[in-house]
Write a protein that binds this ligand. Structure first.
Ligand code: FBP
Length: 549
């Protein structure tokens, strides 16, 4: 593999480990846990893995002799910077347990596990991937692990390779799968542990005990760099409005973090739109009013950040999607037989009248996207909806109407950007490189303890890495019941932006100033080498969340 100068220098980076993980550890049990909601339902669905205690590692002065362990690993879902370091940490961790331990990587996500496609990850092989971005070491995929046949098929290869533990690196859906798999293997005494690791750039797999998912730090830093560059261009030419859509399928954590980093003129937060029961028109009017006021102040330029999931959070659209999900799940066969040209009419005829009216009112492209195939977890593929163009067009029209009423006298010229895929495979920041390596290494410690159904947890993240706290959290603790594909299912509760949380409150206290005075910040590129205050800073979201505690 030919490497750039930075890659070569980066390969030599030694990720920092929490001090507790630098020697032998023993787990200290906290008290028994319960799920965040729907306790009775979750308990009855997970009789073998419900209510387990939280675990915290402490140094073990009297470690006992250890045997080799064989471990399988799966990368699941969207790419996130640092995944390779989780695998490297896991590899180093199991080698520390015993030098004859082996690590197998299942190829292209959970599908490789079911179809028995794998490679052995050796020391030479993984050395090229240390501290690099991407998931290309073994590839990723979105196959949903939910059927007994899949679990049994997977077990065959685990037995063949004498694998005692499987590590699933994924987001909320994939870790939900990990919990279901752990429960099943426990129920049949399969002798296989399942451990999850919290991954997603979206930042929505977090709670009181998992402080952040990996990849969020690097991805938001990459987006903030380019948003800052755009803002400087914008402030130099003073002639464009930049509508910038940011990835994050549901929650607006990415948009909020980038807003805190860059101080744009406008940032929409989906969770606020939902809580204020805003219509699409109200969102458009909010933006248009700021554009008009800036024009009055002599500024016909600006930046607008839009979270990818916005459309789904507009309450009327959310209700529509819920009914569409049920409709498309129930009538899947019939709908598949409807000609493409007649699908719009079919949907309108089968929806309740309120939802049919909302469906008809949406631009055709957006409406079509809402009725296309869901991903394997039942999610609308919002990254394919061009919300940034939809909003800027609507704002343009609204401004023309305001001009006619004498309420606007300016120039409005819009440019569009979508930042998502650009950040998902960036070389991990020092934070993500350290955090991921620690998550993987810690997963090996959890395996060594013999537990199953746990998520690797590394906490105290606003402190230097040596002070991080390591342990395990029962995955069932994060679960509740939600409607998916027309049925109630146990799933990990998604963490949305908390409107009473410190990061959003900070944004609210500043946004009017940012709207009418140009206060742009230009964060610049991620720095991998240099002083800690430049290279080792966590996100502002994490900092404000911790300050609020
Ligand atoms: P994960 O939840 O699997 O980490 O993926 C998140 C994400 O990056 C979203 O932000 C985005 O909407 C989606 O993946 C895009 O999916 P795909 O990679 O299948 O295009």
């Amino acid at each position: 593999m030919k490497k750039s100068a930075l890659q070569k220098a980066r390969a030599a980076y030694q990720p920092k480990l929490p001090i507790v993980l630098t020697g032998a550890v023993r787990p200290v049990e906290g008290h028994a846990t319960q799920s965040v909601a729907d306790q009775e339902d979750i308990k009855s669905l997970f009789p073998n893995t419900y209510g387990l205690p939280e675990l915290k590692f402490e140094k073990n002065p009297n470690p006992t002799a250890t045997k080799p362990i064989n471990v399988g690993v799966i990368l699941s879902g969207g790419q996130a910077p640092g995944g390779h370091n989780v695998i490297c940490g896991l590899f180093d961790g199991i080698k520390k347990v015993h030098r004859d331990s082996r690590l197998y990587g299942f190829l292209m996500g959970p599908g490789g596990f079911v179809d028995h496609k794998y490679i052995e990850l050796t020391s030479e092989f993984i050395s090229d991937y240390r501290n690099t971005g991407g998931f290309d070491i073994i590839g990723s995929g979105r196959t949903k692990l939910e059927a007994k046949e899949q679990f049994d098929k997977g077990l065959e290869i685990l037995k063949e390779l004498n694998i005692q533990a499987l590590v699933i690196i994924g987001g909320d859906d994939s870790n939900t799968n990990a919990a279901v798999l752990a429960e099943y293997y426990k129920s049949i005494n399969a002798g296989v542990q399942v451990i999850g690791c919290p991954k997603t750039i979206d930042g929505d797999l977090k709670n009181d005990v998992i402080e952040t998912s990996f990849g969020f730090d690097t991805a938001t830093k990459v987006y903030s760099e380019v948003i800052g560059n755009i803002q400087r261009d914008c402030n130099s030419a003073k002639k464009y409005y930049h509508f910038i859509k940011l990835m994050g399928r549901s929650a607006s954590h990415i948009a909020l973090e980038c807003a805190l980093q860059c101080q744009p003129n406008i940032c929409i937060i989906s969770e606020e739109v939902e809580s204020k029961d805003m219509t699409l028109d109200q969102v458009v009017n909010y933006i248009a009013d700021i554009v008009a006021e800036r024009a009055r102040l002599g500024m016909n330029f600006g930046t607008v950040l839009i979270p990818e999931g916005l459309i789904e959070f507009i309450p009327a659209v959310k209700r529509l999607i819920a009914e569409l999900n049920d409709l498309l799940a129930k009538n899947a066969d019939e709908f598949a037989g409807v000609a493409a040209a007649d699908q719009r009419a079919y949907i309108i005829n089968h929806l309740s009248s309120d939802n049919a009216a909302v469906y008809e009112s949406l631009p055709e492209g957006v409406a079509r996207q809402l009725s296309l195939d869901r991903d394997p977890h039942g999610n609308v593929q919002v990254s394919l909806i061009e919300t940034e163009k939809l909003l800027s067009e609507m704002v343009g029209k609204r401004l023309e109407a305001m001009r006619k009423d004498g309420k606007y006298d300016g120039k409005f010229s819009a440019l569009h950007h979508f930042f998502g895929y650009e950040g998902r495979c960036a070389d991990p920041s020092n934070f993500d490189a350290d955090y991921c390596y620690a998550l993987g290494y810690n997963a090996a410690c959890l395996i060594r303890c013999g537990v199953t159904g746990y998520m690797s947890s590394v906490r105290n993240l606003t402190k230097p890495a040596v002070q991080w706290v390591a342990g395990g959290i029962p995955i069932t603790m994060m679960m509740n019941m939600e409607r998916r594909h027309g049925k109630m299912k146990p799933v990990i509760q998604k963490a949305l932006v908390k409107l009473d949380g410190a990061p959003f409150q900070k944004f609210v206290s500043k946004r009017d100033d940012w709207a009418f005075n140009t206060c742009y910040i230009y964060p610049g590129p991620i720095q991998y080498f240099g002083p800690a205050e430049v290279c080792d800073q966590p996100t502002l979201t994490l900092k404000y969340e911790h300050q609020g505690k």
